[in-house]
Write a protein that binds this ligand. Structure first.
Ligand code: UDX
Ligand code: ADP
Length: 477
């Protein structure tokens, strides 16, 4: 059996590496039009940072796992084609700011149709709006000149989270496969299931109809994001009342009906999926006339925006309503720990907010490349999800970047923790404090630091959703 995956990104790359690793009898080729990305997949410096990924790639690469730019050849030869291309939010036209832009998906479908001389199973891997399979099927059928070629479309959404992708792929809660309830549809589902059965128990492979699978992915992400927005809304209330959001989340998380996961209040959720998928869901609801349902889910995004803005306002008001020309160290730019990914990271909006008030920022992140930070801060909303940047990076003079946390904090008035990197917990904060301007502030947007100890050292600490520091309290009274 031959598998080809179009799109060597965060989803396609690790997923195919795992299939190649677990299925030595299957040839797996990942293709991408981006030559630099493919070259990186063929090197020891992979294009994405993901714990354990390199080991998996090294075990299978050159054996039955290959990365190539020859899209036509490998798509043409494949029995199963996974499509894992980007699906940006539309930035213009009907549905701008909400609907998914399927340009890249349609491009991939046209390539598949034009080079196919044998029947294939086409697998939707990237998250797509519900009923995309319908549209894609039409593009495939109308553009393939060989009438004997059949395409069977399946939806097989990926639930891996960045930073834990290898663990999630090795041991998934479930594999979801959606297909048509026809003989050919059922056969295609069985074929795809047989790939996963190399390492996943049959009872973890759920089969549904196409639309249920597509909608399940959007719903799963919307509900996870909703939990975070719910806790973030409560974090604001905690600060106003003297409750502690971590105590609240622990207390409610022990209710087995609620469960403990995804209840950490934060400066806001980021990542390539949550916002995009919810906006997509909102748009779908609007197009079928379900305005109240659309508004219900949209509120999850609005709460996330509120949380980022609230954090910026806390920083400004705590620092005597002026941060102009003050150096502020930003610890963490990635959207979560253990990844170098910055897509939709809350750090972008927070940094922009602080810069708009005149702060001199100095960013430190252990994995994010400098050029990515300049690019992100210059990129318009929703423009990030295109293969080549369509906006100019901000000038290097607009923001400082340091590769050392101590240096980033030297002579700073404040530190903002925006990513929960473990290493941030273990720094010598006494030494950091000694080198800062006084009063020295720490704004912990992830609640990972030892706040009592920091206060002992002399810091004025703002911790998200926690009773306010007496210094700040006095300031607000
Ligand atoms: C998410 C889904 O978890 C995954 O199933 C889907 O396939 C893709 O989208 P990902 O975006 O990689 O994965 O990371 P996730 O761990 O879900 O975190 C998303 C954001 O929420 C991060 O910014 C994270 O810091 C934030 N978060 C997460 C919180 O703020 N609080 C929490 O309790 C959990
Ligand atoms: P995700 O996070 O969903 O994996 P990425 O943006 O990281 O998304 O990856 C999508 C990849 O798909 C990009 O590397 C892009 O170059 C690639 N791509 C988009 N359109 C095509 C196409 N028609 N043929 C091959 N690769 C494509």
């Amino acid at each position: 059996m031959k598998i080809c995956c179009i799109g060597a990104g965060y989803v396609g790359g690790p997923t195919m590496a795992m299939i190649g690793f677990k299925c030595p009898d299957i040839e797996v080729v990942v293709v991408d039009i981006n030559e630099a990305r493919i070259a990186a997949w063929n090197s020891d410096k992979l294009p994405i940072y993901e714990p354990g990924l390199l080991e998996v790639v090294l075990a299978a690469r050159g054996r039955n796992l290959f990365f190539s730019t020859d899209v036509n050849k490998h798509v043409g030869e494949a029995d199963i084609v996974f499509v894992s291309v980007n699906t940006p939010t539309k930035t213009r036209g009907v549905g701008a700011g909400k609907a998914a832009d399927l340009t890249y998906w349609e491009g991939a479908a046209r390539v598949i149709a034009s080079v196919s001389t044998s029947s294939k199973i086409i697998v939707e891997k990237s998250t797509v709006p519900v009923k995309t399979a319908d549209a894609i099927e039409k593009v495939l059928r109308r553009n393939c000149s060989d009438p004997s070629v059949q395409f069977e479309i399946l939806s097989n959404p990926e639930f891996l989270a960045e930073g834990t992708a290898i663990e999630d792929l090795t041991n998934p809660d479930r594999i979801l496969i959606g297909g048509k309830d026809t003989e050919a549809g059922r056969a295609a589902i069985a074929t795809l299931a047989s790939v996963y059965e190399h390492w996943i128990a049959k009872d973890r492979i759920l089969c549904t109809n196409l639309w249920s699978a597509e909608l399940s992915k959007l719903t799963a992400n919307a509900m996870l994001a909703q939990r975070i927005s719910s806790m973030n809304s409560i974090s604001a209330l905690c600060e106003a009342t003297g409750a502690d959001v971590q105590q609240v989340s622990r207390a409610i998380g022990t209710d087995s009906r609620i469960g403990p996961k995804f209840l950490n209040a934060s400066v806001g959720f980021g990542g390539s999926c949550f916002q995009k998928d919810i906006l997509n869901l909102v748009y779908i609801c609007e197009t079928v006339g379900l305005q109240s349902v659309a508004e219900y889910w949209h509120q999850v995004i609005l709460m996330n925006d509120f949380q980022k803005q609230r954090f910026v306002e806390r920083v400004i008001s705590a620092m005597f309503n002026t941060i102009s020309k003050k150096k502020i160290a930003v610890f963490g730019f990635a959207f979560k720990k253990d990844t170098g990914d910055t897509r939709e990271t809350p750090a972008i909006d927070v940094c922009r907010g602080l810069m708009a008030d005149g702060a001199n920022l100095c960013v430190y992140d252990p994995e994010v490349e400098d050029k990515q930070i300049y690019q992100d801060l210059g990129t318009e909303k929703f423009e990030w999800d295109h293969p080549s940047p369509r906006s100019a990076p901000i000038p290097k003079t607009a923001i400082a970047i340091s590769h050392d946390a101590m240096e980033a904090a030297r002579d700073a008035h404040a530190i903002c923790v925006l990513t929960e990197w473990d290493r941030f917990k273990n720094y010598d904060y006494q030494a950091i404090y000694d080198n800062m301007v006084k009063p020295a502030f720490i704004f912990d947007g992830r609640n990972i630091l030892d706040h009592a100890k920091l206060r002992e050292i002399g810091f004025i600490v703002y911790a998200l959703g926690k009773p306010l520091d007496p210094f700040l309290q006095k300031h607000y009274d």
